[in-house]
Write a protein that binds this ligand. Structure first.
Ligand SMILES: Nc1nc2c(ncn2[C@@H]2O[C@H](COP(=O)(O)OP(=O)(O)OP(=O)(O)O)[C@@H](O)[C@H]2O)c(=O)[nH]1
Length: 575
């Protein structure tokens, strides 16, 4: 290579000397030979010039080949170093001045010259690099795109480092090397650094210069400012990302809302309350399993979308009083708040309650439907009735107890006051009950109490009420009573008690009772007074020998002691 290099330097010198000698010789000869000589001299001179030119061309080719080789080696070395340490951009050697390199490029290719002439005025960016990757010329458009002048770019130690964003530098150099090494033209996008620190995207096209594909004269880069497009792309990308994010968010909310609905549905399906949502158009929107069961629908019945009137016609056959129930519904539909629990009696004996309220939208500005909640309270009502009975009845005799006695007494007296009628009270206390307990035991005493309760219950009329007030005390309340009726009833009670016989330990036993009769409002103004007066009359009977009744207000109003053999006629002395 070095021998070829020295040849290249000597060859034009030798060719020049020979050409000069030949020219001088031709001129000398021409003077002596005349016109023919002049012509010969001219031919020799032309030959000498041709020789000189040929030598120069040969010399230039040799030089260019060497430079190409050196350039490829240099660009490769830069890339190798970049590969080894990408953080350090390498400056190319500035041994060859850009203008010299450009002159060489121009000399090497007419295309380059023409290109430059055209590129001076075009809108896009054009740049020429020598085979070593050095910038040798750049069109004035670089100033519009980056704010840098061509001179600044050419003066930079490494134009690629100077102009290309550090993130794109390695890629740019690699692509340039590939093109320089004979690869196909490269198209890619990269970022240029502007003088104001911002970036500018360009789409660039790299290709070789010169006809020799293995030894190109240099590289040409054509670039187009695509910053606006990139910004649009970026905005589009941002919009797409935003849309995707919104979509993902919506999907997440939807999934969460579906889960929530599943949870709610599971919850509503396990509770025993029947739930029915109607929409604004009075159509079924939702119902749970309990609702189907309460209203006798099959578990797989589909009621969604059914109008309320159709639903009502379906349940009507189940109702004791359909018309009354539908009237109730019509009333509730006029209300906005929560309705009172309404009891519905079904033909199969069940009792169902309903409660309803309108459902408002989340914003609370308008109502979006109505919810009905149904509860089968049959069991509760049974239990409640049982509890009331337990609380109001004597467990031994199953008669109403003292508590119920007071309730009924208050109620009857209130009614009697309203209707100006009388209420009678007969107080009953057994005579000689304790000895039965003492003699035959408590169990025997219970048997006597139960037996007498049943027996007396047999002579009590439907509108009269019989109570066990405690121990061996009983009471009878008689609404709208007359003295005569009360005395007659007292007589029947005494008789039925007296005639009851009980067998204990092989022995027959029985007992009597003492009765006191009082009338409201004749003998008392209040329930307490009436009880006290009746008790006084009853004690009067005890004191006067038992097995008799006494009418309050006068000791004369008492029954005669009635022997079993005596007449059944009531003995009731008047005032
Ligand atoms: N077997 C039984 N005895 C009861 C019950 N409740 C109260 N006694 C008893 O009933 C008796 C009532 O007492 P008294 O009224 O003094 O008995 P009595 O022999 O009827 O007395 P007189 O009224 O004066 O005739 C007491 O010995 C109580 O222990 C009960 O539920 N079962």
């Amino acid at each position: 290579m070095s021998g070829e290099g020295s040849d290249a330097k000597l060859l034009p010198v030798l060719a020049g000397v020979v050409a000069a000698m030949l020219a001088a010789f031709a001129v000398g000869i021409g003077k002596y030979i005349g016109d023919d000589g002049a012509r010969l001299a001219a031919v020799i001179t032309i030959a000498a010039i041709g020789l000189l030119a040929g030598a120069a061309v040969r010399c230039d080719r040799l030089r260019r080949a060497r430079e190409r080789e050196q350039g490829n080696l240099e660009i490769a070395a830069r890339l190798d170093r970049l590969d080894a340490d990408a953080a350090i951009p390498l400056a190319p050697s500035r041994e060859v001045r850009p203008q010299d390199a450009l002159a060489r490029l121009d000399a090497a290719s007419d295309e380059v010259r023409r290109l430059r002439e055209i590129a001076e005025g075009v809108y896009g960016l054009e740049a020429l690099f020598d085979v070593a990757g050095r910038l040798v010329w750049i069109s004035p458009s670089i100033h519009r795109i980056t704010g840098r002048t061509p001179e600044e770019c050419l003066g930079a130690p490494d134009a690629i480092v100077f102009l290309v964003h550090e993130s794109d530098r390695n890629y740019c150099l690699r692509m340039a090397r590939k093109v320089a090494e004979g690869g196909p033209p490269a198209n890619f996008e990269m970022r240029l650094m502007r003088a104001d620190g911002r970036i500018c995207w360009v789409a660039c096209h790299w290709r070789r210069l010169g006809d020799d594909s293995t030894h190109p004269a240099g590289l040409r880069m054509s670039a187009e400012d695509i910053q606006a497009r990139k910004e649009t792309e970026y905005k589009l990308l941002e919009t797409v990302t935003e849309l995707r994010r919104a979509q993902a968010l919506r999907e997440r909310y939807l999934a969460r809302s579906n889960d929530e609905r599943q949870r709610l549905s599971a919850l509503l399906n396990v509770i025993r309350l029947g739930i029915l949502f109607m929409d604004r158009d009075h159509r079924v929107l939702y119902y749970n399993r309990a609702m189907l069961s309460i209203w006798g629908f099959a578990p797989d019945e589909n009621l969604i979308g059914m109008r309320d009137v159709v639903l009502q016609s379906r349940v009507a056959p189940l109702l004791e009083q359909p018309e009354a129930y539908f009237e109730h519904i019509a009333g509730v539909l006029q209300m906005h708040g929560v309705s009172e629990a309404h009891e519905i009696s079904l033909r199969d004996g069940r009792i169902v309650t309903d409660v309803s309220t309108v459902v408002e939208s989340a914003q609370g500005r308008r109502w979006i439907g109505r919810v009905w909640i149904y509860e089968d309270v049959t069991e509760e009502r049974k239990i409640a009735r049982k509890m009331v009975e337990l609380a109001e009845r004597d467990p031994l005799t199953n008669l109403f107890n003292r508590r119920r006695f007071h309730e009924e007494l208050n109620r009857l007296l209130a009614e009697a006051t309203r209707h100006e009628v009388r209420v009678g009270l007969i107080a009953i206390d057994l005579d000689g009950f304790k000895p039965i307990n003492d003699e035959f035991g408590h169990q025997a005493g219970d048997t006597v109490l139960v037996g007498l309760a049943q027996a007396v219950g047999g002579v009590i009329r439907r509108n009269e009420m019989f109570f066990r007030l405690g121990g061996d005390e009983f009471g009878v309340l008689v609404p709208d009573a007359e003295e005569g009726d009360l005395c007659e009833l007292a007589r029947r009670i005494l008789e039925v008690i007296r005639t009851q016989r009980f067998e204990f330990e092989g022995r027959s036993t029985g007992l009597t009772a003492s009765l006191g009769i009082a009338l409201f409002p004749q003998h008392a103004d209040t329930p307490e007074q009436l009880i006290a007066v009746a008790d006084q009359a009853m004690y009067c009977s005890k004191n006067r020998g038992r097995d008799r009744w006494t009418l309050a207000g006068s000791e004369a109003h008492e029954s005669d002691r009635m022997a079993p053999s005596e007449s059944d006629e009531p003995i009731c002395r008047g005032d």
